[in-house]
Design a protein around this ligand. Structure first.
Ligand code: B4P
Length: 203
């Protein structure tokens, strides 16, 4: 063995409260940077659509605006990582949402020798979050896009998820990005953060 080891993997966590635009921006970022998109929200909704036992169990939490139990989402992400050995990097969207999930992710990525490169944290005020999700609720058909459930999701975020940024701040990995403005403007800010880190990584 031996030779030069070239680090190609670039793993991003897109972080932020419900409705901050994680799903919206993920779609663009994966195209631009060739990353594999792993959204626990999408994975859970596809389990619900196929009426699997996991989906049926998850739905009862999601309909109340609560987080699905850690073991369930960690197992889902672990299989998704195993199923994508050829990926150039992952974009984690909506995961991790608790400190236990963050620790489990760190461990899984450590085993693969490919750590988190950056946590991009979208910042959006509560009034704007509620407005966006209520608007999406008009057409999404999502049972968690009603005002009562949206408020519960925001409370759950403050209680269990916001601290995940502190976990990654300890490792100097968090970049805060203004999540209010046009989708193009926000995409540009996110891209700048990624580009500056990729350059540093190669220097
Ligand atoms: P998610 O699917 O992750 O959904 P989200 O947080 O609501 O949405 P996101 O931030 O992606 O917003 P989007 O781009 O769509 O989670 C749903 C549920 O699944 C959770 O409540 C939980 O129960 C469960 N779950 C998921 N992951 C879990 C985990 N790890 N652990 C436990 N439970 C988990 O944007 C929202 C709206 O805003 C869209 O309509 C969009 O068009 C609009 N928008 C976006 N950007 C905009 C902008 N710049 N200006 C105006 N509108 C904008």
């Amino acid at each position: 063995m031996g030779g030069t080891c070239i680090l190609l993997m670039f793993n991003i966590i897109l972080f932020g409260p419900p409705g901050s635009g994680k799903g919206t921006q993920s779609e663009r970022l994966i195209t631009k940077y060739g990353l594999k998109h792993l959204s626990t929200g999408d994975l859970l909704r596809s389990e619900i659509a196929s009426q699997s036992p996991l989906g049926l169990a998850a739905k009862s939490f999601m309909d109340k605006g609560q987080l699905v139990p850690d073991e369930v989402v960690i197992e889902m992400i672990s299989s998704a990582l195993d199923n994508n050995p050829q990926a150039n990097g992952f974009l984690f969207d909506g995961f991790p949402r608790t400190n236990a999930q963050a620790e489990a992710l760190d461990k899984l990525l450590h085993q693969k020798g490919t750590p988190i490169s950056v946590v991009l944290a979208l910042q959006v005020g509560e009034g704007e979050l509620v407005k966006r999700l209520l608007h999406r609720g008009l057409t999404s058909g999502r049972s968690d896009d009603t005002e009562e459930v949206i408020r519960a999701r925001i409370i759950e975020y403050e209680k269990k998820t916001a601290a995940v940024a502190d976990h990654y701040r300890k490792f100097n990995k968090v970049a805060y990005v203004n999540g209010e403005g046009s989708i193009d403007e926000i995409f540009e800010s996110l891209s700048k953060e990624i580009d500056s880190r990729q350059v540093q990584g190669r220097a």
